[in-house]
Design a protein around this ligand. Sequence first.
Ligand SMILES: Cc1cc2nc3c(=O)[nH]c(=O)nc-3n(C[C@H](O)[C@H](O)[C@H](O)COP(=O)(O)OP(=O)(O)OC[C@H]3O[C@@H](n4cnc5c(N)ncnc54)[C@H](O)[C@@H]3O)c2cc1C
Length: 352
Amino acid sequence: MNEAGPTQVVDVVVVGAGIGGLATARLLDRAGRRLRVLEARPRLGGRLHAVEVGDRRLDLGATWFWPGERRVAGLVAELGIATHAQHLAGDALFHDRPSPQRIDGNPLDVSSSRFSDSAVDLVDAVAASLPEGTISTDTVVTRIERGADGVRVIHGDTSTAGSHVVVAVPPATAVRSITIEPPLPERIAGLAANTPVWMGAIAKAVAVYETPFWREAGLAGGAISHLGPLRELHDMSGPDAQPAALFGFAPLGTDGTAPSTAAVVAQLVELFGPAAAAPLEVVVQDWRAEPFTSAPGVAGLTAYQTYGHEWFAEPVDGRLHWASTETGAVAPGHIEGALAAAERTAERILTS
Ligand SMILES: Cc1cc2nc3c(=O)[nH]c(=O)nc-3n(C[C@H](O)[C@H](O)[C@H](O)COP(=O)(O)OP(=O)(O)OC[C@H]3O[C@@H](n4cnc5c(N)ncnc54)[C@H](O)[C@@H]3O)c2cc1C
């Protein structure tokens, strides 16, 4: 084993304070387990992330949850988180030539719910339900050791020991950035290394306006563009249309960089007209450039059939568990998938 001495001994060490790690911790805490959650970033939430604009927050990661996602709906109700319906009314746009075509009605946006302040509300509320001192931020896990009587998780020059470790980090990022000893069985290591990080290879651009002027023109804010840089766009305004916002996803550019704000605004003007030229704010979040989401080398992975693979449900040596959304047997990729993975993991630990 590594020389670093344990500074703390708990029952379960959770690596990653995204919603998967936090939800696992919450279920285990309720069952009386002693926990430590180790988070590499200075903030919680991973792919649930927002930027403050005035007194509101704008989501730079997840935006929606959908009908039938009972775990998200249950948590939202239990924690009293404000939500509202996605704006659907108006026509969508199809952009494959300089003047976009107007599509009668809006086939692009489906009925879904939005977190009225931000998806980070979910993170904050789950984190607040854990005992004080459970979560350590700015704590990068570099090594996990499994032994006959437990696990040791190394971070900096210290470590945390426990009976179980929950890897609530996208598997492809985990196996590229954390040394696991003894090495994972070859089939599991290969599966983890090849499992794409959901939305880990895109940039999300959000533009905030004084008013949702596109709605006044009978447009829904939804668009599909083959001319880019944004390929899929939606209305992302708050419940009372404040802040008024549009957002779009940009896939990896040919030069591997995220679109500039100027390129985003120019495309919004092409799509929605001259009123789009004067945003109050434009924020571009490049998820490929976030090593704790997309470790170098993962952006090109495409084997989505690995999502929710049954091997992710098997704890390695009964002690190393996976709990990121990519490992969820239900809705992998979504927040719902992370909550499903958390449920499965907590149950395995509690019945072991
Ligand atoms: C742009 C975008 C849009 C999306 N839209 C939606 C949507 O509308 N609806 C929806 O349901 N889902 C959406 N998703 C997906 C959703 O955000 C994820 O499913 C969910 O947030 C994943 O949670 P997670 O806990 O599994 O992983 P993550 O959120 O990635 O959490 C992993 C955590 O592990 C930490 N970590 C990584 N390495 C280490 C280390 N070595 N040591 C310690 N900590 C480490 C990370 O910092 C992070 O906090 C979107 C994602 C993105 C990026």
